[in-house]
Design a protein around this ligand. Structure first.
Ligand code: FUL
Length: 457
């Protein structure tokens, strides 16, 4: 068992995954026939003539996205209704037969390039329009479209596959040939990450409400992400008795009891995807979520060993709704205000504790009444190791006060100690002394702890 845990501690990310973690926060853009019908899932029978975004301006999208601090955009090149935002040579159901006639994938890719953010696309395997859907020929059709997108629009950082699988217009279901799709991506865009509910490079967190698990491990059982590369030997219970089904909606994925009974381990981190509004597509009657909700989601996704993929749907003019533009700017301002400037402090690793239970003392240059956040980062290039930790405040007198208890750390853990939307923290009434030091104590880890950053805000 000990050996298996040690092995788990050494399951490592690829370079693409490390670069992805550094992006932290990027945009989803759901746009298509549904924008004009008010639906979330189109039937595939919509007339191309309805698609007419007269003021379309992808530069406006990019500006709104950048104002929130997001580093990329993922456009729905084709949603379940099969309508293509680029003039695909393989179907008539696209922008080319709409009054708009513009190649929106091209315009979006170019706007991202101009704005200095990365571009990727969502391509729905479920296609309710295609006559091939539900037959062997559909995988050829899908690969032809995928090839167009991979070869005509410059660098692609991300290909997002939706696992939804319903019936096509002929009432048939389709077997998706994912290994074949992945091969094309590796061939034409070797630097692109592949998102799918079950990996290989990034997996779904299991909900669309913006909620990470209390321990969102990047190292998970291979049963869950069967397309990712297995990096360990078989677990102690491998074989018939091991978990044969594991869903990405489970509460526990990478925790110890869970991985112990797995067949092997893969490094496949989680993405938190959610829309700024209730729907993925723009609907007149909907409005953006509160600043508070979006900010918490940011803290508990980017700050919980995941990335945040926030959807911003353009409206019927082809522009991001002004209410969303304003909310994104507020969100960016709040993130910068809360987490933009570190409090000057020095960090010392205490001697005398074991390699798996180190204690770090953070000494503030100036004692303070309040600390709002502690940010912890493991050097995950070497693997993810910390299972639990706690943070204690120390006053000048030496007396201590427990502040925070956490589970895994991974790429980045944002420990929120104060709530910017609430009143005073009980710790900081006038009668309390000021905080002089903080102690971060790792209480369990799978192998030697390698911290890359400890900072306070
Ligand atoms: C889901 C889809 O069915 C939704 O319409 C949306 O695109 C979401 C991101 O993924 O599976």
């Amino acid at each position: 068992m000990i050996d298996f845990l040690k092995e788990a501690a050494h399951v490592k990310p690829g370079k693409k995954q490390l670069d992805w973690f550094e992006m932290e926060f990027y945009a989803f853009v759901h746009f298509g026939s549904n924008t004009f019908t008010g639906k979330e899932w189109g039937e595939g029978t919509e007339d191309e003539a309805i698609f007419n975004p007269e003021k379309l301006d992808c530069n406006q999208w990019v500006e709104a996205i950048k104002a929130a601090g997001m580093k990329g955009m993922v456009l729905t090149a084709k949603h379940h209704d099969g309508f293509c935002l680029w003039p695909s040579a393989y179907t008539e159901h696209s922008v080319k037969n709409s009054p708009c006639k513009r190649d929106i994938v091209k315009e979006a890719a170019e706007a991202c390039k101009r704005g200095g953010i990365k571009f990727g696309f969502y391509l729905s395997p479920w296609d309710r329009n295609s006559k091939y859907y539900g037959t062997a020929a559909y995988n050829d059709y899908f690969c032809d479209q995928l090839t167009e997108l991979l070869t005509q629009y410059g660098d692609i950082f991300y290909v997002w596959f939706d696992n939804a699988c319903g019936e096509g217009k002929n009432g048939k279901k389709q077997e998706y040939d994912f290994p074949r799709y992945f091969e094309l991506i590796h061939k034409y865009q070797p630097n692109a990450l592949i998102f799918n509910d079950y990996g290989p490079d990034v997996r779904w967190c299991g909900n669309e409400a913006g909620a990470a698990r209390h321990a969102e491990w990047a190292v998970v059982p291979s049963e869950l992400c069967h397309y990712a590369e297995v990096q360990t030997g078989p677990g102690p219970m491998a074989g018939e008795g091991s978990l044969s089904y594991l869903y990405n909606t489970e509460k526990e994925l990478g925790t110890m009891p869970n991985i112990l009974y797995s067949r092997g381990l893969v490094f496949t981190p989680s993405e938190i995807d959610m829309s700024i509004r209730p729907g993925w597509f723009w609907h007149e009657e909907e409005k953006p979520h509160s600043l508070e909700r979006l900010f918490y989601t940011y803290l508990t996704s980017v700050g919980a060993n995941a990335c945040l993929h926030l959807n911003i749907p353009p409206n019927r003019d082809g522009l991001i709704d002004q209410r969303d533009v304003d909310r994104l700017a507020e969100l960016g301002d709040l993130i910068r205000r809360e987490l933009g400037e570190r409090i000057p402090a020095s960090v010392r690793k205490e001697e005398g504790y074991g390699a798996t239970q180190p204690v770090y003392t953070i000494t503030l240059e100036q004692p303070r009444e309040t600390i709002n956040y502690v940010v912890l980062r493991e050097d995950i290039a070497e693997g993810q190791r910390v299972e639990s930790f706690r943070i204690v405040a120390e006053f000048e007198s030496g007396s201590q006060y427990p502040l925070y208890q956490g589970t895994c750390i991974g790429n980045k853990k944002i420990c929120q100690l104060q709530d910017p939307f609430a009143g005073q923290n009980p710790l900081t009434d006038d009668s309390e002394p000021e905080i002089a030091r903080l102690k971060v104590q790792v209480t369990a880890a799978r192998d030697e702890v390698l911290m890359k950053e400890i900072s306070v805000y």
